[in-house]
Write a protein that binds this ligand. Structure first.
Ligand code: HEC
Ligand code: HEC
Length: 295
């Protein structure tokens, strides 16, 4: 009796684990899938590029069909799950809301769930992947759930700073001084606090402009900075006077150097999955589409 209970539980556990793996793998395909956009040329990875720490290194991204630019800088998706508000102004309260906004925004995918489901559902390979991952057909909820599973797995918390805290090699003197300044006299941790270096709150960074505190993980490789993409370097963010809570007093040049070295020690671009899929499932309507789209 007891043995059966244990066996049944572990069988369920395994099924659960492999189902999550199937959902993540499907979500990864969808992240790089240009068929989700109306012209079949853009994917999530167009603006969240894996080789750029899942940003695009532009001040603001190009809009669909290059019709101008979006208004805000592309943030990284590394460590983005686990928040209660999303986008720079915090207006989306879930990852589902983020995905819906991207899919339907005329500047991003200009599409709809109906069109996305119709295209993916036209592919026998996709139909099978959805069945395996969800035991359910291609639909708005399963498209979202797959992408969310992928986003949730994109965590990166094994930076030199984390390794030092876990008893590994200590940080060199300059970043160590920056860490002390960050947590102490610099007053940074008041907003950029906790394991993700963010407080989930919005702050008035300039008169009338409320912006959510971004994570500082991987910040050294996600330039340019600020919601408007208007600061090219970390030193600029710390000294340009726009980041208004800062400074309670101006930072000295050595302090900027120390803080920058500390922020550089928060880089971990190896533990999350940065590989693009080798190929996308076959789809008759869009046979030659590029993995990750064309722009
Ligand atoms: C055209 C470029 C572009 C495309 C395509 C795009 N994003 Fe974004 N993404 C952005 C920008 C810009 C923001 C910030 C928007 C804002 O604050 O108004 C953002 C924000 C996000 C956020 C919130 C991050 C946070 O910490 O608040 C997530 C998650 C995200 N995108 C995931 C995705 C997914 C998943 C897709 C594909 C379905 C996608 N993005 C497609 C540019 C893009
Ligand atoms: C009162 C809250 C608050 C304090 C204190 C604060 N920050 Fe920020 N920080 C923010 C907000 C909000 C933003 C987003 C600003 C924007 O996008 O326009 C930000 C942005 C940043 C950025 C740019 C991140 C990006 O991806 O664009 C860096 C780097 C940064 N802060 C470092 C620091 C450092 C170092 C300190 C201490 C010297 C500090 N901050 C103190 C709230 C704060």
């Amino acid at each position: 009796m007891r043995i059966w209970v244990v066996l049944a539980a572990s069988a369920l556990g395994l099924a659960g684990a492999s189902r999550v793996a199937a959902q993540r793998a499907l979500g990864k395909l969808l992240f790089f899938e240009p068929a989700l956009s109306v012209n079949g040329k853009r994917s999530c990875a167009s603006c969240h590029r894996p080789e750029k720490a899942f940003t695009d290194h532009r001040g603001t991204p190009r809009a669909l069909r290059f019709a101008g630019n979006l208004r805000r800088n592309s943030p990284t998706i590394l460590n983005a799950a686990g928040q209660t508000s999303f986008f720079h102004d915090g207006r989306a309260s879930s990852l589902d809301a983020v995905i819906e906004a991207v899919l339907t925004s005329p500047d991003e995918f200009g599409s709809s769930y109906a069109q996305a489901a119709q295209r993916l559902g036209s592919s026998a390979e996709y139909r099978q992947l959805f069945r395996r991952a969800f035991a359910a057909p291609v639909a708005a909820n399963t498209i979202n759930a797959a992408l969310v599973a992928y986003l949730r797995a994109q965590t990166a918390t094994a930076s030199p700073y984390d390794r030092a805290r876990a008893g590994g090699p200590a940080l060199p003197a300059t970043p160590a001084a920056g860490a002390a300044l960050f947590a102490g006299a610099g007053g940074c941790a008041g907003c950029h606090g906790g394991p993700q270096f963010r407080d989930g709150q919005r702050h008035e960074v300039a008169a009338g402009q409320w912006v959510k505190t971004p994570t500082l993980r991987n910040v050294a490789v996600t330039m340019p900075y600020r919601a408007d993409g208007g600061a090219a370097t970390l030193a600029a963010v710390l000294t340009d006077g726009y980041h208004r809570p800062l400074p309670p007093r101006p930072l000295t040049a050595p302090e900027v150097e120390q803080l920058t070295a500390f922020l550089e020690a928060l880089t971990d671009t190896t533990s999350a999955d940065h590989r693009a899929p080798a190929a996308l499932p076959r789809m008759r309507d869009l046979p030659g589409r590029a993995v990750g789209g064309q722009y």
